[in-house]
Design a protein around this ligand. Structure first.
Ligand code: NAD
Length: 372
């Protein structure tokens, strides 16, 4: 089998996880180049993964022009998206993998989606928690009908909307069967994270109606329900691993409910478990689970690229819709009304720009966490 000649741009924490996932699927992918503008990161990654200096590049365009790879993965901060997608299209890349949030505006997200679709580039956005074992347990419960017919989904995360929120919007749609949202409402407050590299209000809550009638509730930020101990305020720092995995996707069906978290924990209450709750915890997101999920996510991408699968659950159309929902939530908060989807482009204004002008700082406050 001809391997997919692959390059990875961005050798920060996430880029190295992408690289790991690609190297672990070496029957499908061959890494022909790695790139970072920061030489020291590039050198460190090459040593860490035992790669030759000869495949290290500091300039992404030069690398693409010389190597003409089949696949490009990039893991850069949210403000670096469209420019790299344009380079991928310019140099004939056929498969693109990049990080969430897919953009910092819907206008940019639409440009990337259209660019990829027009150029026939198979593209995925890394909302990969659905490949964690805890989430796979949840999916199995949904697929076997163990909790009956799904009618309600709740998603919450402590990190702000542009950090984990886009993941959880995507997982709502995934748990509901890959459907679209038709209407959303939104509330937002707090300006601290609007100036962050991942700009969002400090807290976002939303009600969503999905096309199959399922209702969903989303909460992102400090005011969302807390499931683990961490008191990191608006200035989280090192040693706060439990903050980054403090999230939960809960699905209610006519016969029971089930939830999963990227901390590795999951639970099921159904006629099969009653009167008990079946619980498990794979733990160790940072040491093991995130690497294994990345391997499964990458493998599915390779299968799609090689024509062995019809598509991928993280495809760009799905990611775009998730991002559209986030901006619709912001518009609902700004306009104080329900917002129906799809949104028509161009928008009358950039919602984040309006929020940057209008939102005020709020004091961080910690509430006692709920058990279980
Ligand atoms: N999917 C997940 O579970 C998950 C988890 C954490 C972070 N992320 C996302 O991953 C992304 C990257 O996060 P990170 O912590 O690795 O960021 P980072 O800033 O540590 O690393 C990004 C690297 O990209 C390099 N870079 C930027 N522009 C470049 C260019 N044009 N050419 C070459 N190199 C370039 C930078 O020098 C830097 O080393 C963010 O969007 C973040 O939200 C996703």
């Amino acid at each position: 089998m001809q391997k997919l000649r692959t390059v990875v741009v961005g050798m920060g924490a996430r880029g190295k996880i992408h690289l790991h996932g690609i190297l672990q699927n070496s029957e499908m992918f061959e890494v022909v180049g790695i790139c970072d503008q920061k030489k020291e990161r590039l050198e460190l990654a090459a040593v860490q993964f035992g790669l030759s200096d000869e495949i290290c590049w500091e300039d992404a365009e030069e690398m693409l022009r010389c190597l003409r790879p089949d696949v490009m993965a990039f893991a850069t901060m949210p403000n670096v998206r469209l420019s790299l997608a344009e380079l991928a299209a310019k140099y004939g890349v056929k498969g693109l993998m990049f990080e969430k949030p897919m953009a910092t505006s819907l206008t940019e997200a639409a440009k990337i989606k259209n660019l990829c679709q027009t150029n026939g580039i198979k593209t995925v956005v890394c909302q990969q928690h659905k490949y964690l074992r805890s989430f796979q347990q949840l999916k199995e419960v949904l697929d076997t009908g163990e909790i009956g017919e799904v009618y309600r989904i709740e998603a919450s995360c402590q990190p702000q909307a542009s950090q984990l929120g886009t993941h959880y919007i995507d997982y709502i749609l995934w748990a509901a069967g890959g459907v679209r949202a038709v209407s959303v409402t939104g509330h937002v407050h707090g300006s601290f994270y609007l100036e962050d590299g991942h700009p969002s209000p400090d807290y976002v809550s939303s009600g969503l109606i999905l096309e199959n009638g399922i209702r969903a509730v989303l909460e992102c930020g400090y005011f969302a329900e807390q499931h683990a101990d961490h008191n990191v305020g608006f200035t989280h720092g090192p040693g706060t691993a439990s903050y980054w995995t403090d999230d939960r996707l809960t699905v209610y069906g006519t016969k029971g409910y089930a939830w999963a978290s990227c901390s590795g924990a999951y639970a099921v209450f159904s006629p099969q478990t009653s009167p008990e709750i079946r619980m498990g915890d794979y733990g160790d997101f940072f040491e093991r689970e995130q690497y294994e999920a990345q391997m499964r996510y990458t493998k599915d991408f390779g299968r799609w690229m090689l024509g062995q699968a019809e598509g991928h659950p993280c495809n760009i159309a799905q990611a775009y819709h998730g991002y559209e929902i986030l901006e619709a939530i912001y518009i609902s908060a700004i306009e104080r009304t329900r917002v129906d989807l799809p949104l028509e482009l161009p928008l009358e204004y950039e919602p984040l720009d309006v929020l940057k002008k209008e939102l005020k700082p709020v004091e961080y406050r910690k509430w006692k966490r709920m058990e279980g």
